[in-house]
Design a protein around this ligand. Sequence first.
Ligand SMILES: *Cc1c(COP(=O)(O)O)cnc(C)c1O
Length: 380
Amino acid sequence: MTAVPFLELAAQHAELAGELADAYRRVLASGRFILGAELEQFETEFAAYCGARHCVGVSNGLDALHLILRAAGIGPGDEVLVPSNTFVATWLAVSYAGAVPVPVEPDPATYNITAAGTLAALSPRTRGIIAVHLYGQTADMNSLQQVAAAHGLLLIEDAAQAHGARLHGQRAGSLGEAAAFSFYPGKNLGALGDGGAVVTSNGQLADRVRRLRNYGSDRKYHHEVAGFNARLDELQAAFLRAKLPRLEAWNARRREVAARYAESLASTGLGLPQAAPGCDPAWHLFVVRCVERDRLQAELGARGVETQVHYPVPPHRSGAYRERFAQVSLPLAERLASEVLSLPMGPAVSDAQIARVAQAAQDGLSAMRHAPAGAISRSG
Ligand SMILES: *Cc1c(COP(=O)(O)O)cnc(C)c1O
């Protein structure tokens, strides 16, 4: 029995049932399903939310990253710095553009890349940096921006986990030259299917992304560049418009859940998230660290607490990259992949569920101390 599911979207959708049904009826009545008024209005609303001038809705977060790189002219022969410990999409976007992802190990406390790390990875071919706001915590964008400015690099935010996160009061999406968002259903702002957006205050970049997402076309059947079909459809835009007004309240509840977890897990010895000064994370995930992660996950599961691992295989050991990186070791990324565990997180997590998770963690850890892994494998 799962007493505490990892992610519970049903409550959110029940709360919004009326608005979502209205959105569906509006789109049906309009007869317009691609590149219409819902998308335009969502783009205006989401740009304003992020504190940026432009938003271009696209098909998903991977395409958002890919189209930013293409729009900036980054391609074959170029290198782009990426975190060693991110979701594989960050790397794949660079590969899709024809450029080479160059991994940078993260800060061991925040799990985000730093200026010092990027400086050490620069080469004459470096053209850009993709800073991932991992788990919803903003990267140290001010010092990364200094590196970017000093070396003529494009600083891109991978904000797929950071809708509404702030750094010194400024929202993710307005912290670099351009930002990529994902509206995958499980993200802080999720569609009822795939979706994504590019957010930027650079009008020229926004225009180029707008063209690239629609077959390279500004006018119907006039194709100026070899573009893609990477549009956000009207129905998803309408659903996202119904959800956006709730995002602040949902993130506020995530913040409370995180604070309660931090308090109730403080004495367990688990590695807990550490927010950098000035950062107000969006708490997409609440990730703890434990050397015996797999055992802890099993103990929690046996007590009805569902958890996930973000991510068990670092990109350089994934099928897409393992041959090229066979001789490369990225010790921190590899260690994090074996130690991180994401606890149930979302606006629907109740205080009772938090208490249950904390109790399960305490009991599970105590069971692990009494029957160490070695003892179990010998008897089993
Ligand atoms: C979810 C995610 C993406 C990709 O988004 P999709 O919409 O699934 O393509 C990219 N980067 C990070 C960090 C993500 O978490």
